[in-house]
Design a protein around this ligand. Structure first.
Ligand code: UDP
Length: 389
């Protein structure tokens, strides 16, 4: 089976990292078409996955755009749709990995008569998207997609609530290679702890792009309710222009006198090593998280995880069994979990150990990729029959 993957982003967000894992087994018979160049291309090339840049500038389907603006930008897309439709004839399937990829992929699928699969990595709710974009995504998926792969039950439910056809959806969680999170370096974090000046600290790590809804501010506020040996490290950068928020975070740290207890380390690729220096990983999204890759990654690293009780996180974390849950935007509750983990290391380690064992089975990339391949084969087979008729 030959697959044409489409993704709008040049940056390595969660959806893009997930795409790398799905495309890897198809590297000798797939192409990833990106709408803009950027570091994501290098990530794909490192994995020997063929990649082509389809556009020269980012497409303008914004969160806030009205229907007319949305259609206006679709008109700008015509050359790209023509290019994708032409390329798609060499492939059995178009796999749209993002919303803007769905717009292009849907029309290209219609022209090229290749089936379309949409991997939904978003919660299509008012919290996250304008009504225009929700309507556009659902209408295109209903009309053109043979299959919508939702990355959690929460994403599936929001799609259906927004008018999506339930019978075209399947839930498939992100897959991970547990071996990548259990390396000699990640099992011996003392050197890195020393380099970061964290030897005597209780370290809480936040691994996420810096964005208001990812809630980094919640962890900063929580520190004010914690003993002074509790330190936070933030791994991640503003990927989508959230520079004002980054400035606010730095100002808040200064205003609260937390400069010695907070470090911003920027975007890093050695997630497993950095998680290993953490005594706790805090996932602080203030809006429902579609899946929350970081939650599973913390589990695979054997680090205790506290996450916000909404969206996909609820499907991943069983409180007190494999992690902890707190309400959204609740610094005091977060501080209480941090203090409990700090004061009860044995109990916390037992929970983290259990989480590592169960997550390495439940989210193993081999199983997840098998599920995806089966689904894609069904789509291609069904499409062949339709074309023959
Ligand atoms: N990540 C990374 N380097 C960083 C920060 C984050 O590689 O500096 C990775 C993180 O390990 C996770 C992904 O980015 O795999 C983020 O996925 P998630 O589902 O948590 O959030 P999204 O970015 O999709 O909203």
């Amino acid at each position: 089976m030959k697959i044409l993957f489409l993704d709008q982003s040049g940056k390595p967000g969660g959806a893009e990292l997930c795409l790398i894992d799905i495309a890897k087994p198809y590297r000798d018979r797939c192409l990833v078409g990106l709408f803009i160049d950027g570091p994501f291309r290098h990530f794909l090339e490192q994995q020997h996955i063929p990649v082509q840049i389809l556009g020269t500038q980012s497409l303008q389907v914004r969160k806030s755009s009205s229907l007319l603006e949305g259609l206006g930008s679709v008109r700008q897309l015509v050359p790209m749709i023509a290019q994708v439709a032409k390329t798609a004839r060499e492939y059995n399937l178009i796999y749209a990995n993002t919303q803007k990829a769905l717009v292009v992929g849907a029309l290209a699928s219609f022209i090229s008569r290749r089936p379309l699969v949409y991997h939904l990595h978003d919660i299509l709710s008012v919290d996250h998207f304008s009504q225009t974009n929700r309507r556009l995504a659902v209408t295109l998926a209903n009309r053109f997609a043979s299959l919508v792969i939702a990355n959690s039950k929460a994403s599936q439910a929001a799609f259906i609530e927004a008018g999506g056809h339930p019978d075209i959806t399947e839930v498939v969680y992100n897959g991970f290679e547990p071996e990548l999170y259990d390396t000699p370096e990640s099992n011996n974090p003392s050197l890195l702890r020393q380099e970061l000046g964290l030897e005597e600290q209780f370290v809480v790590g936040n691994f996420s792009r810096l964005s208001p809804w990812k809630g980094q501010h919640v962890l900063i506020e929580a520190l004010t309710h914690c003993p002074s040996d509790v330190t936070a490290i933030f791994i991640g950068d503003a990927l989508f222009g959230e520079q004002d928020y980054v400035k606010q975070l730095h100002e808040r740290v200064k205003a609260l006198g937390l400069e010695e207890r907070v470090q911003f380390l920027g975007f890093r690729s050695n997630i497993a090593q950095l998680m290993a220096v953490c005594d706790l990983v805090a996932h602080t999204s203030t809006r429902p998280e579609p899946f929350g890759r970081v939650i599973v990654e913390a589990m695979l690293c054997g680090r205790p995880i506290v996450a916000t009780q909404s969206g996909g996180a609820i499907e991943l974390v069983e409180p007190g069994i494999n992690g902890f849950l707190i309400p959204p935007d609740a610094p005091q509750e977060l501080a209480q979990v941090i203090i409990n983990c700090r004061d009860q290391p044995q109990h916390t380690a037992t929970i983290a150990h259990h989480a590592r064992n169960t997550a390495s089975q439940r989210f193993h990339l081999i199983n997840i990729n098998q599920q995806i391949t089966q689904l894609l084969c069904q789509v291609v087979e069904t499409n062949k029959k339709v074309l023959v008729r």
